[in-house]
Design a protein around this ligand. Structure first.
Ligand SMILES: N[C@@H](CCC(=O)N[C@@H](CS)C(=O)NCC(=O)O)C(=O)O
Length: 222
């Protein structure tokens, strides 16, 4: 029996989407973020990290979206529908690269941006100009250039292929999706620079499994 612990607006959407792509039976337990934008304390009873996603498999609780994806594909995707097989070297390499890139390179500057926005939002009126100044310094020095470099690399990949791992949709697209939604938040990505990323995003969101996941888990909003 599979049970997915899902927090609204979070990385657990990836697992929900993959479960739908795989057509598996699973139980969904949903949580709402607290006012402080955190996961509720009750999640620590499910897994000591207290984060989502957590996938319960029988009596084990698995954490880390990349690991959960690999676990599900190993056990339920014997036909390699969502991961290139080892003998397709170039697709396998692209799949593995983007699967790791999502959490290791794409998410950190986006999370930093989110955190600094929250800092400004919660600053008392009197010190808001100071916190805005600090946010600008950090954004200019450490965040924006990384986001742009990441987007340029993503755009280049999607200029050359329909999906991140090549011509076939894979779980690397699922893992990358949240990072693109995060980068597209606010004023949105510049369509003259990132046309291929935006077309890819639409292609992802038109999938039936994506739509079912959205119905069950809610729309991602940043
Ligand atoms: N690298 C982990 C990150 C897990 C993570 O940070 N999850 C966030 C949701 S996107 C969370 O649970 N945040 C709530 C909190 O920190 O209280 C993964 O890919 O699963």
């Amino acid at each position: 029996m599979l049970t997915l612990h899902h927090l609204n607006n979070s990385r657990s959407f990836r697992i929900l989407w993959l479960l739908e792509e795989l057509g598996l039976d699973y139980k969904l337990v949903t949580y709402e973020r607290t006012k402080a934008h955190l996961a509720p304390e009750s999640l620590k009873k499910v897994h000591p990290l207290g984060h989502t996603p957590v996938l319960e498999v029988d009596d084990r609780a698995l954490a880390e979206s990349g690991f959960i994806i690999e676990y599900l594909l190993k056990h339920y995707d014997k036909e390699h529908q969502f991961k290139p097989s080892d003998d397709n070297e170039s697709a396998w390499e692209a799949y593995t690269f983007w699967l790791h890139f999502a959490e290791a390179s794409a998410m950190p500057p986006l999370v930093m941006r989110l955190v600094f926005n929250k800092v400004v939002e919660r600053s008392p009126m009197l010190i808001k100009p100071i916190s805005k100044g600090i946010r600008k310094q950090v954004e200019d020095g450490m965040i924006n250039n990384n986001i742009v470099n990441n987007l340029n690399l993503m755009e280049k990949q999607l200029q050359d292929s329909h999906w991140f791992a090549g011509e076939a949709f894979s779980a690397a697209d699922i893992q990358m999706h949240l990072a693109v939604v995060g980068a597209n938040a606010g004023t949105g990505l510049d369509s003259s620079k990132y046309a291929n990323i935006l077309i890819w995003l639409k292609r992802c969101e038109e999938r039936d499994a994506f739509k079912r996941a959205e119905e069950k888990g809610g729309r991602l909003q940043f």
